[in-house]
Ligand binder design. Sequence first.
Ligand code: GTP
Ligand code: MG
Length: 284
Amino acid sequence: MNENKTNINWYPGHMAKTKRQIREKMDVIDVVYELVDSRIPYSSKMRDIDDIIKNKPRILIMTKYDLCDKEETNKWLKYYENLGYKVLPVNLGNNNMEDLVKITHEIMQEKQIQRIDKGLKQREVRALVIGIPNVGKSTLINRMAKRNAVVTGNMPGVTKNLSFIKTNSDILLLDSPGILWPKFDSEEVALNLASVSAIKSDILPIDEVAIHILKKLNTFYPSILKQRYNLDELVEDYEMVYDKIGKKIGALISGGEVDYDKVSLAIINDIKNEYIKGITFDRR
Ligand SMILES: Nc1nc2c(ncn2[C@@H]2O[C@H](COP(=O)(O)OP(=O)(O)OP(=O)(O)O)[C@@H](O)[C@H]2O)c(=O)[nH]1
Ligand SMILES: [Mg+2]
């Protein structure tokens, strides 16, 4: 590790711009859907979100619940509930969105009654969808809209602009590009974010991300690690693990030596492509 990752200048201008644009839209927003990745319920929670959304009602949505270690993630779910959050775990692969519609209506009920009391007409609910890159914001919108209204993709930085999307309920959704915060609180947080492909892979050294993943698996999920890479026993010597993986997947350079970059990428892609799942890296 060459330098302190928390100091890496990786915070791109477009994220600052997105924050500014969201702030400008907050006046018309009724409710906020804040998305976190169920595999890193702490590391993926936007640090400066309260400053952006102020006191708008919010629902904390834990995406990719199908990929997490439910026992560990449920501890976080309870933790956030105890802090007063409304929390909803979802698998956007097959969840229907009725629960979210229902909770949204519950939250909005009081506001709608106030509107009627004031003699105003009821209007659609406007919900901002916000969160880190690649967490599933646009996928959630497509599920709610029951059509492919916006582009999604398994990489950070797919959505480029803010846009309102109509659904066939009375909820209007504001899709937004993924944002992070200017300074990571720790290397642990940065590496956790990179482990779930929330940070572009050219920002942190891929070997450090891959070793971080191996260490986490070794500590918390040794059987998953052993099974995925046919390891007979676990070793603290990650070079040996790299050699084994490299030979297994045929990541070799001429002369038969293992291509370490290829192995690092293979490890990262194993999480991205859901070969390694049932994992939660943050501990409560
Ligand atoms: N297994 C699983 N995959 C999900 C879930 N939600 C989203 N995905 C996948 O995660 C990837 C990212 O989804 P997007 O909706 O594009 O993420 P985003 O937050 O809009 O990303 P940006 O626009 O880049 O900020 C896609 O490959 C989705 O299919 C989920 O609940 N479970
Ligand atoms: Mg998107």
